[in-house]
Design a protein around this ligand. Structure first.
Ligand code: BES
Ligand code: MN
Ligand code: ZN
Length: 496
């Protein structure tokens, strides 16, 4: 999808389709008002007849109005003006792009950025329009023998009453980069486990490095052996696929600036191992690498926007499979940090690969480390598909991430990491066990990770509920690429 923004008047803007807002109660948006005068009040007549009530998300398509340069006009209901908040604006955009995708329009000119949205600025509107346009065009049918026709909508113009400033252009460019990052994350997430293996992920990282001049390093199992990553290695033992530890380095700022390190869980398939998962919906465990996918997507986004920040990606990737070599419940392993772990449930494998990756992350002398993981079913129960679980050993960092999530409509909710929960991980035989029982399952998982992150500022995002959708709409969401990228953009801004 291509995006542009410019000052333009709706009546003489050439386009396959103009998109204009109408409020509940019949009030026209400024752009709709201009057009209404050009077409002899045909828009207000239509509203008076009751065919467009302005209800949020309703749409009416009009064809070939005389005196209008565009081929079509799509009126979209914005709801009540005093109720136009972020959620309502987003709902309206979803309905708009759904309507446009049903047509054969190759381009569209939207006049929506001039509308006032509660607590949101112009950049936010631009960003959301671009992301939702790209989302509406997303298809994942590369593995069907007859892929459906490609969506026709290719170009979006944002028309505004005033000349847009430089920040508007930058925002649009950044939004387009975020959209590309989300697409990469979705594509990788949706690939099945027989194609998207740890080796495949490593190859994708190499491609990304090649295209965007990043430094890439792939550690093999023998390298991990030397580093003492026996916790990670315990997870991969039951699999025929070799594990990989992928690192990508993006240097957009001064060498001396300490990097933000993003650590993404890359379980390309999680069967549970010897603690085998039940059969229902086990296919969805191909999505257990969505943390890794979101880190790769974020690296692509920041590289495309040449962000002035140093960022390192660390991706531990393996499968979790049961075979004769697989680790057993009760096995005790020594992590790279030297702490011993009693593996009581082989299905709590994410924390086992992450703890070694988090220890490894210290080599980059990070300013901040954020890990992203489809870590616990308990997080899905707690927060559903709306918010990711957010944990941190520093409240300020949690606030920055939560704010970035609010702004980018990729919400995360700050959960507690109090010491009182730590005792659930006590083991009779090792320094800790890898499960803490059913109560507070997402918190005890975070507590486990916190034991390996004491030396730096750290946050953990549990994206088990937000990374993909189940059921009829099954598919990867590309989250939390928007949250992570926005956080990094904010960081780069405050650094300068
Ligand atoms: N990848 C799963 C978490 C998961 C489960 C995400 C369902 C999304 C939907 C993780 O490896 C796992 O299996 N966690 C266990 C931990 C338990 C054994 C302590 C879980 O949540 O059931
Ligand atoms: Mn598991
Ligand atoms: Zn898992």
């Amino acid at each position: 999808m291509e995006f542009s923004i410019k000052q333009s008047s709706p009546d003489n803007q050439r386009s396959a389709c103009l998109v204009l807002g109408v409020f509940e109660g019949g009030q026209l948006s400024p752009a709709a008002h201009i057009l209404d005068q050009v077409v002899n009040h045909q828009l207000s007549d239509l509203i008076a007849r009751g065919d467009m009530t302005g209800k949020a998300g309703s749409t009416v398509m009009l064809h070939t109005l005389s005196g209008v340069a565009a081929e079509r006009v799509l009126l979209v209901g914005m709801g009540k003006p005093e109720e136009l908040n972020a959620k309502q604006f987003i709902d309206v955009l979803r309905a708009t792009f759904a309507a446009l995708q049903k047509t054969n329009c190759k381009d569209a000119a939207l006049y929506l950025t001039d509308l006032d949205v509660q607590d949101r600025d112009e950049s936010w509107k631009i960003n959301q329009i671009a992301l939702l346009a790209a989302e509406s065009a997303y298809r994942c049918d590369g593995l069907k023998s007859k892929p459906a026709d490609k969506p026709s909508l290719r170009k979006i113009l944002l028309g505004c009453a005033k000349k847009p400033g430089n920040t508007a252009q930058t925002t649009l460019h950044q939004a387009s980069a975020i959209a590309h990052g989300m697409k990469l994350a979705k594509d990788l997430g949706n690939l099945p486990g027989n194609i998207c293996t740890p080796t495949y992920l490593a190859e994708q990282a190499e491609k990304l490095a090649e295209a965007h001049k990043l430094k890439v390093t792939i550690l093999e199992e023998k390298d991990m052996e030397k580093l003492g990553m026996h916790s990670l290695l315990a997870v991969t033992r039951g699999s025929r696929q070799p594990a990989k530890l992928i690192t990508l380095e993006y240097r957009g700022a001064d060498k001396k600036q300490k990097p933000v390190v993003l650590v993404g869980k890359g379980l390309t398939f999680d069967s549970g191992g010897i603690s085998l998962k039940p059969g229902a919906e086990m296919d969805e465990m191909k999505y257990d690498m969505c943390g890794a996918a979101s880190v790769l997507g974020t690296m692509l986004a920041i590289a495309e926007m040449s962000l002035k920040l140093n960022v390192v990606a660390v991706i531990p990737s393996s499968e979790n499979m049961p075979d004769g070599a697989a680790c057993r419940p009760g096995d005790i392993v020594k992590s790279m940090a030297g702490l011993t772990i009693e593996i009581l449930n082989t299905d709590a494998e994410g924390r086992l690969i992450l703890c070694d990756a988090l220890t490894y992350a210290a080599r980059f002398e990070p300013d901040t480390v954020v890990d992203i993981a489809t870590l616990t079913g308990a997080c899905v129960i707690a927060l559903g598909g709306v918010a990711s679980g957010l944990f941190s050993n520093q409240d300020q960092l949690a606030r920055e991430l939560a704010d970035a999530g609010d702004y980018s409509n990729d919400k995360a909710w700050h959960m507690p990491l109090w010491d009182e929960y730590q005792q659930q991980l006590d083991s009779n035989f090792a320094d800790m066990q890898n499960i803490g029982g059913r109560p507070a399952g997402s918190i005890t998982a975070a507590c486990f990770l916190s034991r390996f992150t004491k030396d730096y500022r750290w946050a953990h995002l549990d994206i088990a509920g937000t990374a993909w959708k189940s059921g009829k709409e099954k598919g990867s969401t590309g989250r939390p690429v928007p949250l992570l990228t926005q956080y990094l953009i904010n960081r780069a801004q405050s650094a300068t």
